[in-house]
Design a protein around this ligand. Structure first.
Ligand SMILES: O=C(O)[C@H](O)[C@H](O)COP(=O)(O)O
Ligand SMILES: [Mg+2]
Length: 312
């Protein structure tokens, strides 16, 4: 099925005080993407704290929705707090969390196939642990090594000390220690019938004002080898939208998604039939992407803090 096209003409709201007032008054809930909207890596964008304070002071519910699976919701709570943005775990939805919920509560795995082989970081591990989902891989140093001639033979022989027979799921997220061995094992697990999942498939990760390999670049080799796509549990998948609605019971027509990436954040809000979507130009997508791409926000800003102009 062809992807829906969202080609309305977005409004540029930076500097448009009346337009900002009118836009903000439409919504009670703001879903905030994180990387590229609030910060770039550990660099918090100026005015972010004040903007969130301004929205909360005006009675708006703020929810954080990130595809970055390297941290757990608790980790994000700590990061937000350390940056001067008070939050609770309940206000945070990450792709590590939505993946863990999907595996533990939606997937019906056979009893002897409940283990997950993880390509990714501690965020995934923490969220799987909190759902009592057994896993291997992830940050385990045993997998941070070169493949050996012995490994080839052990894989070919189906040696259970290297290919755990209880693995029924391969979950792929952003992994700062990706290597050939992990890719080889993930490939064989899926070939042996494991479910192929991704926390998200963002091609790039914004950091320090530029772009680096994203989670999608970890699953791309497997897609190439297997000839099939993983089920992705991050934006734009509606798994997270359903979880957020389940938690906050909000009126979608009075909710706005704020994001830096057209094909994840903006698509997430539009597919979720939210009342509004707001793009910002501090992350991945360009003005061109927002104004003339296949997935366009209702409105866009140069940067998040431009919302404060409505407070002047
Ligand atoms: O590669 C990735 O995983 C993404 O770039 C990163 O996670 C994006 O995070 P978000 O913008 O959804 O906070
Ligand atoms: Mg982002």
């Amino acid at each position: 099925m062809a992807e829906p096209q969202y080609t309305h003409v977005p409004r540029y709201l930076t500097g448009d005080k009346a337009g900002l007032h009118e836009f903000l008054d439409k919504f009670d809930v703001f879903l905030f993407d994180c990387d590229g909207v609030l910060w770039s890596g550990d660099h918090l964008f100026p005015g972010t704290v004040e903007t969130l304070e301004f929205l909360r002071k005006n009675g708006k519910q703020v929810v954080f929705v990130t595809n970055n699976s390297t941290k757990s919701r608790a980790d994000y709570c700590k990061k937000l707090e350390s940056l001067g943005i008070p939050s609770t775990v309940e206000e945070i939805f990450s792709s590590s969390y939505s993946s863990s919920i999907y595996i533990s509560r939606i997937l019906q795995l056979p009893e002897n196939k409940r283990k997950v082989f993880v390509i990714g970081e501690t965020g995934i591990e923490q969220e799987l642990r909190s759902e009592n989902v057994p896993f291997i891989g992830g940050t385990d140093p045993a997998y941070r090594r070169d493949i050996t001639p012995e490994d080839y033979k052990r894989v070919a022989a189906g040696d259970e000390s290297l290919l755990d027979p209880e693995v029924g799921v391969v979950l792929v997220g952003l992994d700062f220690h990706i290597n050939y061995l992990k890719q080889a094992l993930a490939f064989h697990y899926v070939k042996r019938g494991a479910v192929f999942l991704a926390t998200n498939i963002d091609s790039t990760l914004p950091n320090s004002g530029t772009l680096f390999p994203g989670a999608g670049s970890m699953s791309a080799p497997l897609i190439m080898m297997l000839g099939k796509e993983p089920t992705s549990l991050g934006k734009p998948s509606q798994a997270m939208m359903d979880a957020i609605e389940g938690k906050f019971h909000f009126d979608r027509s009075r909710a706005c998604m704020v994001g830096d990436r057209a094909n994840t954040d903006i698509r997430f809000g539009l597919d979720g039939k939210l009342g509004g979507t707001l793009g910002v130009l501090t992350g991945v997508s360009s003005k061109e992407d927002f104004v003339s791409g296949p997935v366009r926000p209702h409105a866009y800003l140069d940067k998040l803090a431009d919302l404060l102009e409505s407070d002047s």
